[in-house]
Design a protein around this ligand. Structure first.
Ligand code: XMP
Ligand code: MG
Length: 176
């Protein structure tokens, strides 16, 4: 295992409190309908699992996987869909559940691909946002935390597939 956690950016308590707030807001905003959650693999698995347990509205969840980083810490320009949804989303109120928006490329492409399937609505909920790194503009309806340009791991986010299990979010030194 490479890399070392050098700083705790968000504690488990801070994350849990904010996830509960996001859940409450989503319950309110979608109270007259039902939600179709799209969990973007793999980084969002923990966030999605916690978020949906705060939802009291009818909710379904499916997963989708887009390529982004490979093994390193830098995003590439081309984004591929590695695993698509099982279900037709036309007419549904779709909420993409994402771990972090960095350059915005992954999300932008995912939004393009899903919008042509005619969902009733299509919005994004991202636990983390790194706006200073944005290359492509994307509209994020629900943001957990806005963070600085640091490579973070934990709570689903990985470095070389490690660290997803941490209950907090930390800053990684890849050479540590
Ligand atoms: P883009 O650049 O397309 O990237 O917005 C989004 C995806 O890149 C991953 N990502 C990170 N993963 N720590 C991580 O573990 C980070 O600081 C980080 N920044 C971006 C992530 O998978 C996200 O979905
Ligand atoms: Mg990742």
């Amino acid at each position: 295992m490479r890399g070392k956690v050098t700083e705790t950016l968000l504690t488990a308590d801070q994350i849990q409190k904010r996830v509960a707030e996001l859940g409450a807001q989503i319950n309110e905003d979608y109270k007259d309908t039902e939600l179709f959650g799209v969990c973007l693999l793999k980084g969002s698995i923990i966030f999605c699992a916690d978020l949906v347990r705060h939802l009291t509205i009818p909710v379904r969840v499916d997963v989708m996987r887009a390529s982004s980083y490979g093994g390193g810490t830098e995003s590439s320009g081309s984004v591929k869909i590695l695993q698509d949804l099982d279900v037709d989303i036309s007419g549904k109120d779709v909420l993409i559940i994402e771990d972090i928006v960095d350059t915005g490329r992954t999300l932008h492409r995912t939004l393009e691909l899903l919008s042509v399937r005619h969902p009733s609505s299509l919005k994004v909920c991202s636990l983390l946002d790194k706006p200073s790194r944005r290359v492509v503009d994307v509209d994020i309806a629900y943001t957990g935390f806005t963070i600085e340009d640091k490579f973070v791991i934990g709570y689903g986010l990985d470095y070389d597939e490690y660290f997803r299990n941490l209950p907090y979010i930390g800053v990684l030194d890849p050479n540590g």
